[in-house]
Design a protein around this ligand. Sequence first.
Ligand SMILES: C[S@@+](CC[C@H](N)C(=O)[O-])C[C@H]1O[C@@H](n2cnc3c(N)ncnc32)[C@H](O)[C@@H]1O
Length: 204
Amino acid sequence: MNYLAWRLLSLGAQLTRTMHCVSPQTVRVEDAFQDGDLILDLGGGGEGVIGRLRGRQVVAVDIRKDELDETPAGPIKVVGDARHLPFPDHSFEAVTAFFFLMYVPATDRSTVVREAFRVLMPGGSLRVWDVAIPAPGERAAKTFVVPVCAELPGTTIRTAYGVPWRGRQMSDRSIAELASDAGFAVSVRAARECAFYLVLTKPP
Ligand SMILES: C[S@@+](CC[C@H](N)C(=O)[O-])C[C@H]1O[C@@H](n2cnc3c(N)ncnc32)[C@H](O)[C@@H]1O
């Protein structure tokens, strides 16, 4: 969803109180990759932020072909399910998840993190940028939305990501725990407002 479409949708939804929208989050995406790295970007359709950062070094895997069709040219596009990745063990130097785990029901996240661990080479890292999602409780809003301003070297992308609120509760801590259970070491855990960033390293 582009920024203008989101603003229009947001206005209508907030008037009807169906959407819970947090304040816009500014996320700096550092280029932490090496030139020879093969990078798997989970849920890499839509804006394709990581694909814009590293082009043909990126394999963008997304369950929806229409989302990959929208993604700017650059990455290699693969239709596939992050719960059952269509790649052999130890295939990638890096795996990324840019505002992807919020799209995965909480009950499936452990499977996704374990799959990321499997396809990573020893010593490689899973990098996660995402948002803390509280439990909806008694609130009427059905959709949780986070506007994001992604600052990449040389470009800024303004967009918004929205998911059904129920069953999507998440925090940096809950993802770090899942990752530790899968065998990752938590190398970086940083939170700013409600956005968070994790670097999860597979032991060498
Ligand atoms: C909107 S994108 C997230 C942002 C995207 N990484 C970007 O750079 O803009 C989330 C994507 O996850 C995809 N998705 C949801 N569940 C998935 C799964 N199990 N496996 C792979 N992709 C999935 C959705 O189709 C959607 O395109």
